[in-house]
Design a protein around this ligand. Structure first.
Ligand SMILES: Cc1ncc(C[n+]2csc(CCOP(=O)(O)OP(=O)(O)O)c2C)c(N)n1
Ligand SMILES: CC(=O)[C@@H](O)[C@H](O)COP(=O)(O)O
Ligand SMILES: [Mg+2]
Length: 640
């Protein structure tokens, strides 16, 4: 339940209709209370803070002026949607944010009629918005379509594909560019500089001047009018958008509620063509610790509202991402062909560790995964050794480039695939579920997955030495298991796995970081007098066929496990066994993968259990296949 504070106007706001007819003073008070509530909620739940704080006034203004949910409000990424959720009937559930069974940290169709389109991956809002606009026109409806997209999200090509289409199509829609001069890191790219010029070229447009501009008829029938408009656009700096067929308005102060309300009322009255409203906001606005932080508190853990101090992690082993960044930085000392590419996630992928030492060889290309992949391919084609570090889920956006520009040409791009597997609170949109299948299908790819951080370091070196084809190392979000990483790294033999525990009747073949759980499962089985071999596959491509055939020959049951979807490692193993006759002797095989449903956000510990990927699940599958053993004993052991 929302903690009720005396005399909060917000407590009477259940849906945006409760904002209608409110005085300006009330709306300003409500905005202040929303901002306070966002800070309070995120201090308890963790999540995305800076972005939402920057759009409090904009959110209040949009919901005051427009008639959601009939008017469609499409947020880009959706990480800034906490004020929106508070105002659209979910304020009493905000403290369930990003937890199993709770509210999503992004907009989500199944969660509310006020979320017409789900988000989480950037730069999709204008495309979706245009879809809503065309559907409206085809169904003779008259609702408005409003998309809110950040300056960082405007670095992705998809946004321009959509504007290109919308501008030509002249569909009536409103795009609000929320320009806070931040992505997760400071923004990069020429567009960012363009936005800065727009903002610095003129003081904020006075309301009178803008009101005069926006009430003029949109139809620019005569060439003279068009020329005049072009000059005006040039003078106001919106040329790029005007040339793409958008009516550019701005820049305006995105925290000035009066201006926003009047402006949106005017724009609402405009009935023709796509409009781009450029608002300037401050990420983290209104909460000093966020305003003063370099990352504007983009993503935070629980924190003290008073001090802003975030809860520290348990100080455990280094994260996989850090091990990747540190290893690459070390290798970069003796190989000046190594370079690192990130798509707007230098800190998330830890390429910034490499970048601090080798700034000339570190490239943050912005939210532009497609470009990142083909840029890396160009570097590789000319003899450089690019490491393209992209989260598994975000690499999905650059898949054609992986196939067409890297794999077919057999270019030695090294993919560091972070956040592979379950990610926890970000939920289904961010889980790295599919990369084993989508890369393992590609000819000539080498696909690796470490079982711990020392193995990761070796695989980064192994990848570096693969100079004749593409390679990929996938690793999960979060901390390693706490093994020592040797100073002197040795590369792995390509396509070779390893047996880490010898047994007899059961073989457990693990790909990636479920190995520790596989070893625990073997101990559970041993407690029942059942003997299990545990092997670390290390490679999904090329498979260690010799190891697989030996396990098949020498055991009654083979269980494969991976933190990925069906159609991945286990399928590759089954395919080989089918083709080499490994199944002919009656081997019983069980393939354990992530469930075929999108994993909802959850705490890390629970999510593996929810997904059926823990030791007790592995042991139970082995017993079920073997037809011997005591399942209830496994449950007892697991609950011990
Ligand atoms: C395709 C894709 N790549 C990367 C990300 C990670 N990401 C989430 S928010 C964000 C920055 C967005 O910047 P902006 O649009 O300016 O929003 P702000 O956080 O500044 O409000 C990034 C890179 C993502 N969500 N989607
Ligand atoms: C909104 C978004 O896509 C990113 O902020 C993402 O949530 C970062 O994920 P990590 O916290 O795993 O870096
Ligand atoms: Mg931004």
């Amino acid at each position: 339940m929302t903690e009720t504070r005396p005399n909060r106007l917000l407590d009477a706001i259940d849906t945006p209709s409760d904002l209608k007819g409110r005085s300006r003073a009330d709306l300003k008070q409500i905005a202040a209370e929303v901002r306070e509530e966002v800070v309070d909620v995120v201090s308890v739940t963790g999540g995305h803070l800076g972005s939402g704080l920057g759009v409090v006034e904009l959110t209040v203004a949009i919901h005051s002026v427009f008639d959601t949910p009939d008017d469609k409000l499409v947020w880009d990424v959706g990480h800034q949607c906490y004020p929106h959720k508070i105002l659209t009937g979910r304020k009493d559930r905000m403290r369930t944010l990003r937890q199993g069974g709770g509210l999503s940290g992004f907009t989500k169709r199944s969660e509310s009629e006020y979320d017409p389109f789900g988000a989480a991956h950037a730069s999709t809002s204008i495309s979706a918005g245009l879809g809503f606009a065309k559907s409206r026109d085809l169904q003779n409806k008259d609702n408005h379509v409003i998309c809110v997209i950040g300056d960082g999200s405007m670095s992705a090509g998809m946004a321009y594909e959509a504007m290109n289409n919308a501008g030509a199509d002249r569909s009536r829609m409103i795009v609000i560019l929320n320009d806070n001069d931040m992505s997760i890191a400071p923004p990069v790219g020429a567009m960012s500089h363009y936005f800065s010029r727009l903002v610095s070229s003129r003081p904020y447009r006075g309301l009178r001047r803008i009101a005069k501009k926006v009430v003029q008829p949109m139809g620019l029938e005569s060439p003279a009018r068009r020329a005049e408009e072009y000059l005006r656009g040039f003078a106001m700096g919106g040329t790029l958008f005007e040339e793409m067929g958008f009516y550019y308005i701005g820049p305006v102060d995105g925290h000035d509620l009066d201006t926003l309300l009047d402006l949106l009322e005017n724009i609402k009255a405009m009935q023709d063509g796509p409009i781009l409203l450029h608002v300037v906001t401050q990420k983290g606005k209104g909460y000093a610790p966020a305003e003063n932080s370099a990352d504007k508190y983009h993503g935070v853990s629980k924190f003290s509202v008073v001090t802003g101090e975030q809860a520290k992690g348990a100080g455990g082993p280094p994260s996989y991402q850090k091990v990747f960044g540190q290893t690459l930085a070390k290798l970069g000392e003796t190989d000046d062909k190594i370079c690192a590419i990130t798509a707007a996630m230098p800190s998330g992928t830890s390429t910034d560790i490499f970048g601090k030492k080798f700034p000339d060889r570190h490239f943050d290309v912005g939210i532009a995964e497609q470009h990142a992949v083909t840029f890396a391919a160009g570097l590789a084609a000319d003899g450089m050794k690019p490491f393209c570090a992209i989260y598994s889920t975000f690499l999905q956006r650059g898949y054609d480039q992986v196939v067409h520009d890297v794999a077919i040409q057999q270019l030695p791009v090294r993919f560091a695939i972070d956040r592979a597997g379950l990610v926890g609170a970000d939920g289904a949109t961010h889980a790295g579920s599919f990369d084993i299948g989508y890369l393992g299908a590609l000819p000539g790819f080498v696909c690796m997955a470490p079982s711990d951080e020392a193995e990761l370091a070796r695989m980064v070196l192994t990848s570096l030495e693969i100079d004749d084809r593409p390679s990929a190392v996938r690793y999960p979000r979060g901390e390693g298991v706490g093994v020592v990483i040797p100073d002197l790294l040795k590369p792995l033999e390509i396509g070779k796995g390893r047996v880490v525990r010898e047994g007899t009747s059961i073989a457990i073949l693990s790909y990636g970081t479920r190995l520790q759980e596989a070893l625990k499962a073997a101990e559970m089985l041993a407690a029942q007098g059942l003997s299990a071999t545990v092997a670390d596959a290390r490679f999904a491509k090329p498979l260690d066929n010799e190891l697989i055939e030996r396990l098949a020959r020498e055991h009654e049951v083979l269980v494969t496990i991976e933190e990925g979807s069906r159609g991945g490692f286990g399928s590759f193993v089954l395919e080989h066994l089918a083709n080499c006759g490994g199944l002919d002797a009656g081997l019983k095989v069980r393939v354990m993968t992530l469930p075929d449903v999108f994993q909802d956000h959850d705490t890390p510990a629970a999510m593996y259990d929810q997904a059926g990927l823990t030791a007790r699940h592995i042991a139970a599958r082995a017993i079920e296949a073997l037809g011997r053993g005591d399942l209830s004993a496994i449950e007892r052991l697991a609950s011990a």
